[in-house]
Design a protein around this ligand. Structure first.
Ligand code: FES
Length: 152
């Protein structure tokens, strides 16, 4: 093989290696530093309206949440997304519990796990009062673990 052919073959091999390495490096970089996404948010309603009813069901991003005025004057929001694998949970008035139909998870009225496989309580969502309205914000917890609801 003459040196010209060897040189051409070498350039082709390095080019092919580069063609593979660049996308692999891009995917690795995206994995190590995922894109920043804005948290989902919604206007649940006016403060007066939210305070006038025991619960308000809202849609925040892809999930439902229940917004409740509390006796101490605060307003809280609990995600209705099960912490097991993300199925929707629903309120069962008779037992005063949230139930998940997927694998039988059950949560008390505070969102604490009382049965089934869910590893964590239902997530508390951030609530802000902005311009006379209640805004619910579903943002991922900083450390990846949702806040624990207060103990009874
Ligand atoms: S997703 Fe709710 S118990 Fe499995």
């Amino acid at each position: 093989m003459n040196s010209s052919r060897r040189s051409t073959l070498s350039r082709l091999l390095w080019g092919a290696a580069g063609a593979v390495a660049v996308p692999v490096a891009y995917v690795a970089a995206r994995f190590l530093r995922p894109p920043v996404t804005e948290p989902a948010r919604c206007v649940a309603g006016s403060i007066e309206k939210i305070r006038s009813q025991p619960t308000t069901l809202v849609r925040v991003g892809l999930n439902d949440a229940v917004v409740q005025p509390m006796p101490d004057g605060t307003i809280r929001a609990i995600s209705l997304r099960c912490t097991h694998t993300g199925c929707p949970v629903h309120w069962v008035d008779a037992s005063r519990e949230f139930h998940c139909a997927c694998h039988g998870g059950r949560f008390d009225a505070e969102g604490r796990v009382i049965a089934g496989p869910p590893p964590r309580p239902l997530q508390r969502l951030r609530v802000e009062e902005i311009g006379g309205n209640v805004v619910v914000i579903d943002e991922p917890p900083v450390d990846g673990v949702p806040d624990e609801p207060p103990t009874a």
